[in-house]
Design a binder for this molecule. Structure first.
Ligand SMILES: Cc1cc2nc3c(=O)[nH]c(=O)nc-3n(C[C@H](O)[C@H](O)[C@H](O)COP(=O)(O)OP(=O)(O)OC[C@H]3O[C@@H](n4cnc5c(N)ncnc54)[C@H](O)[C@@H]3O)c2cc1C
Length: 414
């Protein structure tokens, strides 16, 4: 028997376990997946919790429900990978796991401890994240009793998962306080290390236009150095202060500590990965899927989903002794809610920035960089797709590579 070992049973690991179990003969291949947490989180849903649109029940299910028959699920903290011996050690168990092929899918975690003062006296009193279910729930409680003042949403540093989530947060906050009739008493500001509201010019223009329309402030090129809890302000490296009543932070995102212990990561514990084959650089029998990889595209569930098809094809080629020809193009696709009724959509890859148009194919019905009701429902419907299709490894009616079909290329970039 040969062994495929998957580390991490989040979005990427779970969908890969499902895909590979369908493709590999059970008499020849064992598949094992390890995770320290019994709970599967639908992370895109965390955004909606502070505003009462979703609650915890919408985003939490047992991991075991999504692991197919014929795959062994081990619940344990992973200690480290010993690639020279094709072996992984677990923290809570004497068992060592041997592998022929390894897939690293241990994602990214928030590391608020990296910013002095962030987890100080005000943590979960006036300072919150919404990248964990605990943070999102605590923030929801706080904003319910908030009757006016300054809310700042601060991105600590790049890269971070779902780069559109802070924008969605400020848009939903605008709607939420309008509904409560106190929008004129609430000052909402996005404070970002980026030079604009988003990374790419065409999307940035559209999204910053919406921010202006909604009277949301933007502070750019801001690299936070510390939080002054007593003064209720953040400071950057040049000493520039921004005052807050509530600070919503997107803390530093880091890969799993296990990657550092294994000596396989960069300075933020992301695994250097070939951007086309998805192999860990320097290791022929190790692949990386999802947020754990250092790919130059978004850290997003959609990327894990699209890249999964290329990883599957390359791994099967390697197993069969044929050349790996599948080349991942960095395809990412994200709905962006802009209120509790409308949303927009972006679709891009390593080489093509988000462009206006329609998605998918000729039929649409979703508008790329258009602000529509249908896009909002697309985002809500995605939860059903996630639990029922995506992590179960089923095919979705979209291509894994990015298509130029129905995209409007601006004249100056043609
Ligand atoms: C607020 C928010 C909004 C988002 N919105 C969107 C969106 O609209 N669209 C989109 O595409 N994406 C979105 N995302 C991003 C998306 O959720 C992630 O990119 C995706 O879940 C990444 O999958 P992954 O498998 O790489 O990591 P994860 O799903 O995080 O899984 C990693 C797993 O590894 C396990 N693990 C880590 N270290 C160890 C260890 N040492 N031992 C054992 N187990 C370990 C963890 O327990 C976890 O289960 C959003 C994320 C957030 C936080």
């Amino acid at each position: 028997m040969k062994n495929i070992l998957i580390l991490g049973a989040g979005t990427a690991g779970t969908l890969m376990a499902n895909k590979l179990r369908k493709k590999l003969n059970r008499k020849e291949w064992n598949i094992t997946i390890v995770d320290e947490d019994k709970t599967h989180y639908y992370q895109p849903g965390f955004l909606f919790i502070p505003f009462g649109i979703y609650d915890e029940k919408d985003v939490i299910k047992p991991k075991s429900k999504f692991i197919p028959k014929g795959v062994d699920l081990i619940i344990s903290k992973i200690e480290k990978i010993i690639p020279t011996e094709n072996r992984v050690t677990l923290q809570d168990s004497k068992i060592d796991l041997k592998y022929d092929y390894l897939i690293i899918a241990t994602g990214t975690r928030i590391a608020p401890e990296e910013t002095p003062g962030l987890q100080g006296d005000l943590w979960y009193k006036d300072i919150f994240d919404f990248y964990t279910v605990e943070g999102a729930v605590a923030l929801g409680e706080r904003i319910k009793s908030f009757n006016g003042g300054r809310i700042i949403v601060n991105i600590t540093e790049l890269p971070f998962k779902c780069p559109v989530a802070p924008l969605e947060f400020v848009f939903l906050a605008d709607t939420y306080f309008k509904k409560r009739g106190i929008r004129d008493k609430v000052d909402i500001t996005l404070v970002t290390p980026l030079p604009g509201a988003f990374t790419k010019p065409i999307a940035t223009k559209m999204l910053s236009g919406l921010m202006v329309e909604k009277n949301i402030n933007l502070i750019t090129d801001y690299n936070i150095s510390e939080v002054d809890n007593a003064g209720k302000r953040i400071l950057d490296y040049a000493g520039k202060a921004v005052d807050f009543d509530i600070l919503v932070t997107v803390p530093t995102n880091k890969g799993a500590d296990m990657i550092e212990r294994s000596g396989m990561g960069d300075d933020l514990n992301f695994v250097p990965t070939d951007k086309h084959t998805l192999q860990a650089i320097g290791y022929e029998n190790i692949f990386v899927l999802g947020d754990a990889a250092n790919l130059p595209t978004s850290k997003a569930g959609s990327v894990a989903h699209f890249a999964g098809d290329f990883l599957e094809a390359n791994l099967l080629s390697l197993i069969n002794g044929t050349p790996m020809t599948a080349k991942f193009d960095g395809h990412a696709n994200c709905y962006i809610v802009t209120s509790d009724k409308k949303g927009t959509l972006i679709d891009f890859n390593y080489d093509t920035e988000p462009l206006p148009g329609r998605y998918p194919y000729f039929i649409g019905p979703f508008g790329l960089l258009k602000n529509t009701r249908l896009n909002y429902f697309g985002k809500l419907f995605f939860k059903w797709m996630y639990w029922n299709l995506l992590i179960k490894g089923h095919d979705l009616p979209v291509t894994s590579h990015m298509s130029m079909c129905c995209k409007e290329v601006p004249k100056e970039t043609k």
